[in-house]
Design a protein around this ligand. Structure first.
Ligand SMILES: [Cu+2]
Length: 432
């Protein structure tokens, strides 16, 4: 993930688990969701449903009463206090971070994502860290695995919590994540199967901490300002669970302990070579035996940090047919082209979407309608004579392709563009 240098477009989320957290009970209580339970071996998996209402919102609304002057008011329902600077934001259920999802391994997560952003951009929710075997179409990557969810429509995500761990969810459309659309997603397991169980005295949903960067303006202001007017790309604040304050943690005092799960931003094999590193240099270094590998017991990650001017070697098993988006999690860098689509398997090997799966993409008049126009059968009988030129045939071919492919035409365009521009990506990806 590693979004420490960017503006709020760059989101840095660390999850810690701690047995003591000041005022832990003050957050809206998704920790009391029926699925946020102690996991037991042999228990029947549950279906865990959540409603996500995504809308424009604001820091320090009337719901905050006298916040920040009366600190207690800052913890009222629907009060988002941020860093104390009033600004428009985007939220899910008027919370920052959004609802925390805590489930047990193999539960089914159902999220009814409702886009209530007033006639503006579409959205999609990505479940960062979830493998999505056989549910790859639920990965929530806008214009890759699904069309954006238009305003005032909804989309139901449904997938199995197949891999345990401390993950998070976030919007994968535009700059919405930086504007507040994210939250934690923890897949728990019984103590007896948890290799880290001995590290905890208490492993409770209310001890999840989300640390994230924050802006005092809409992310677009920062983002466009950076590229077009030389603004800094640094974030203005760091927030902890959406609040601008310190959180007190204690270490090993009595029955308290800090158990940090920093499953992001740790380098396993990183070597910084200089101001820049070419692929050829990395290959030459590897050929000379200069890159060691840990092929057993390596830390499993969904995000790694690439040192500035250096490289990172990653390895993964391509056992999940579908289209995956490998990209820099720093929005500024992604926009420069640091992203590519990885296709695993052939289209016929990929999970098929339901029949009524929403489609998106370009549209133009189909040929039969144009023929009707030419023959005077269309509106007014004055359709322009387009003839049977190659352009029309191409259009038909494209339409057929679009029917067959799980990707839209536009998504293919994005794929090609990203693949080409990824040449500047300083990550050396080596599938060993
Ligand atoms: Cu992500």
């Amino acid at each position: 993930m590693g979004e420490i240098n960017g503006s709020s477009l760059c989101l840095l989320v660390f999850f810690f688990t701690a047995s003591y957290l000041c005022q832990a009970n003050r957050y809206p209580d998704y920790t009391k969701h029926p699925c946020a339970r102690r996991c037991v071996v042999g228990e029947r998996p549950r279906t865990c449903e959540y409603d996500f209402i995504q809308e424009y919102y604001f820091v320090l609304t009337k719901a905050c009463y006298d916040c920040p002057f009366n600190a207690t008011d800052c913890y009222r329902p629907h009060c988002v206090s941020g860093n104390g600077v009033r600004r428009a934001i985007m939220t899910v259920n008027r919370m920052l971070p959004g609802p925390a999802i805590h489930v047990c391994h193999n539960d089914t997560i159902v999220v009814n994502a409702k886009n209530r952003m007033e006639g503006e951009e579409g959205t999609a929710i990505h479940w960062h860290g979830i493998f999505h075997h056989d549910s790859q179409i639920m990965d929530g990557v806008s214009m890759l695995t699904q069309c954006p969810i238009p305003a005032y429509t909804s989309f139901q995500y449904r997938f199995k919590a197949e891999n345990t761990g401390t993950h998070f969810w976030h919007s994968h459309a535009g700059s919405q994540r930086a504007n507040g659309v994210f939250g934690s997603l923890v897949v728990h397991q019984p103590d007896s199967t948890n290799p880290h169980a001995a590290l905890y005295q208490h492993d409770l949903p209310e001890h999840t901490i989300v640390v994230h960067d924050w802006l005092k303006t809409l992310a677009m202001n920062k983002f466009e300002g950076h590229y077009l007017a030389g603004y800094s790309d640094e974030p203005h604040s760091m927030l902890i669970n959406g609040y601008f304050e310190s959180v007190h943690l204690t270490r090993d005092t009595g029955d308290s302990s800090i158990r940090a799960l920093m499953n992001q931003c740790q380098c396993v094999f990183c070597l910084q070579l200089g101001e820049s590193t070419s692929l050829e240099e990395v290959k030459a270094l590897d050929a000379a035996g200069g890159i060691s590998r840990k092929l057993s017991g390596a830390v499993a990650k969904d995000t790694v940090t690439v040192p500035d001017g250096g490289y990172t070697v990653i390895r993964f098993v391509a056992d999940n047919p579908g289209f995956g988006f490998l990209h820099c999690h720093v929005k500024f860098h992604l926009s420069l082209g640091m992203g590519l689509i990885i296709q695993v398997g052939k289209p016929h090997e990929m999970p098929k979407p339901p029949n009524n799966w929403p489609k998106c993409g370009d549209w133009k008049y189909p040929r039969e309608d144009k023929n009707n126009e030419r023959e005077g059968k269309g509106n007014g009988g004055e359709g322009k004579a387009t003839g049977k030129d190659g352009g029309e045939k191409k259009s038909d071919v494209e339409t057929e392709k679009q029917k067959k492919s799980p990707l839209t035409n536009e998504a293919h365009g994005v794929a090609i563009t990203k693949a080409l521009t990824s040449i500047v990506f300083l990550v050396t990806l080596m599938i060993l």
